[in-house]
Design a protein around this ligand. Structure first.
Ligand code: PLP
Length: 465
């Protein structure tokens, strides 16, 4: 047994015998090194061993504390600085999806499409038809890259609408776009690598990047989107980033889109600097403009999803990249998920081929625009919540509390009073922080609910100022 394993074993026995209990801090690195007559680097390795066995964890950067023994082994991702990164996730995320099934009356927490836009009758018809297919075609396994007929429908009925026409072998069908982002990060990012993002940005993306130990550099956005002129300094100043992650249209959480001038600047800059871009186009259907990835010669990997336009529950997304990259991602996808649900893919294809996508998109645009307008009007009257922008698109309002109220407290109070929203902090990529901000998702709430729910929220803010 190596020295570090011996030290880890001895500390483990001390914990198992109960001389050290959950919550107790371990003696310092120096004290431990003296006690077992080993070097400090041996102590660090021993601690890592204990951490991966689920016995200890770091509450901060200094000495670890006892947490175990735990029932399951822990997978520990580390940044270059040796800090645990897999536990530094925004706390609310673990509960976030629970809010999707909450019976709360005013649910502004989750970014979901309007349930009334879900074409239930069409789904019924499509499903009915699917049952007349040979069962293996619907309920059997299918290729990891996605069924060809589905990739074709995505290309012809969805991407082509935005003047984007990738080849079939450039398309990977994913179980939602977050899976695509996860696969790319897993493929490209080592602990300590730099990723550049908008700030604020989608908390789920930051969650993925942090889990792989990335160092995130946030670039501020304003009413025209990412402040592209700040990118150059970031790329020159430090280690070269792996990629830029951006949502050019109706970005989550602010609703801001990249202006045409900034878009041109970004494409020019990206071509000069040769920095790859991951374009997350989850809300792209709200605009008619082509995605960045449609620009010939651009180094853009493209993510999209049917979650926001159709249904998040069917879990169908897509990723567009050069074929050799797709092959690597297919191999990674196979590690945890042999393929995206065959049934879901066929339902998605059925809907795309029905010929009603344009009508659906125009209805969706009109509904979300009117909901945002209503929400903005309410906020204007309340004066305790100021929106990031008054000209955003999509599902969300990002708003600053004009009081000292703690958003975490407000979140708890909101759960008691049937008003759910997302605290702003997890959307922060630093250095600016968004502790006094909240994200209000209005996409799935009818107008009357928005009016009464947001007034109730404003009263809570005033009451706890
Ligand atoms: C910008 C953005 N990307 C990706 C996702 C995740 O979507 P999916 O359901 O396709 O994984 C979301 C969901 O909120 C989002 O807002």
């Amino acid at each position: 047994m190596k020295a570090y394993q011996q030290v880890a074993n001895q500390i483990r026995l001390v914990i198992e015998e109960g001389s050290l209990n959950p919550g107790d801090a371990l003696p310092s690195e120096r004290q431990t090194a003296e006690r077992y007559s080993v070097s400090r680097s041996t102590v660090r390795r021993a601690w890592r061993e204990l951490e991966s066995m689920g016995y200890i964890a770091w509450a901060d950067q200094s000495s670890p504390t006892v947490v175990g023994p735990s029932a399951w082994p822990q997978k520990v991702e580390r940044s270059a600085m040796g800090r645990v990164s897999s536990t530094s996730q925004p706390g609310f995320l673990s509960d976030l999806m629970q809010a999707a099934v909450s019976p709360a009356r005013y649910n502004f927490e989750i970014g979901m499409p309007d349930p009334d836009l879900l074409p239930v009758a069409d789904f019924q018809r499509i499903m009915h038809e699917l049952f007349s297919y040979p069962s293996r075609d619907v309920f059997g396994y299918s290729p990891t890259s996605g069924l060809n007929r589905v990739r074709q429908a995505l290309r012809e009925e969805y991407l082509a609408r935005r003047q984007f026409d990738p080849a079939l072998d450039q398309i990977l069908v994913t179980a939602g776009s977050l899976q695509g982002l996860n696969l790319l990060t897993r493929l490209w990012v080592n602990p300590g690598d730099v990723i550049v993002t908008e700030n604020p940005t989608f908390a789920g993306a930051l969650h993925v990047f942090r889990a792989y130990g990335a160092h995130i550099v946030g670039i501020p956005i304003d009413g025209e989107g990412l402040q592209v002129d700040l990118l150059d300094a970031v790329v020159r100043r430090g280690p070269r980033p792996k990629f830029l992650y951006i949502q050019p249209i109706a970005q989550n959480p602010t609703g801001v889109s990249l202006s045409p001038a900034r878009r041109r600047l970004l494409l020019e800059w990206a071509s000069e600097s040769r920095l790859p871009i991951i374009e997350d186009d989850a809300y792209g259907f709200l605009s008619g403009s082509p995605p960045l990835a449609a620009t010939p010669g651009s180094r853009v990997v493209y993510l999209n999803t049917l979650s926001k336009i159709l249904s998040p529950g069917i879990r169908v997304g897509l990723l567009v990249a050069p074929p050799d990259l797709i092959r690597q991602l297919v191999s990674l996808k196979q590690l945890s998920d042999l393929h995206t649900s065959t049934l879901s893919q066929l339902v998605a294809e059925g809907w795309l081929r029905m010929g009603d996508v344009d009508t659906h998109i125009s209805r969706a645009r009109a509904i979300y625009a009117s909901r945002l307008k209503t929400a903005l009007k309410v906020l204007e009257m309340t004066r305790v919540l100021s929106p990031f922008t008054k000209s955003g698109l999509g599902f969300y309002l990002f708003a600053r509390l004009e009081t000292e109220t703690s958003t975490n407290f407000l979140h708890q109070e909101g759960s008691r009073q049937d008003v759910l929203f997302a605290p702003g902090e997890p959307f922060g990529a630093g250095p600016a922080d968004f502790r006094q901000w909240i994200r209000i998702a209005v996409g799935a709430q009818p107008t009357a609910q928005i009016e009464t729910g947001l007034r109730r929220l404003a009263r809570m803010v005033e009451h706890h100022r």
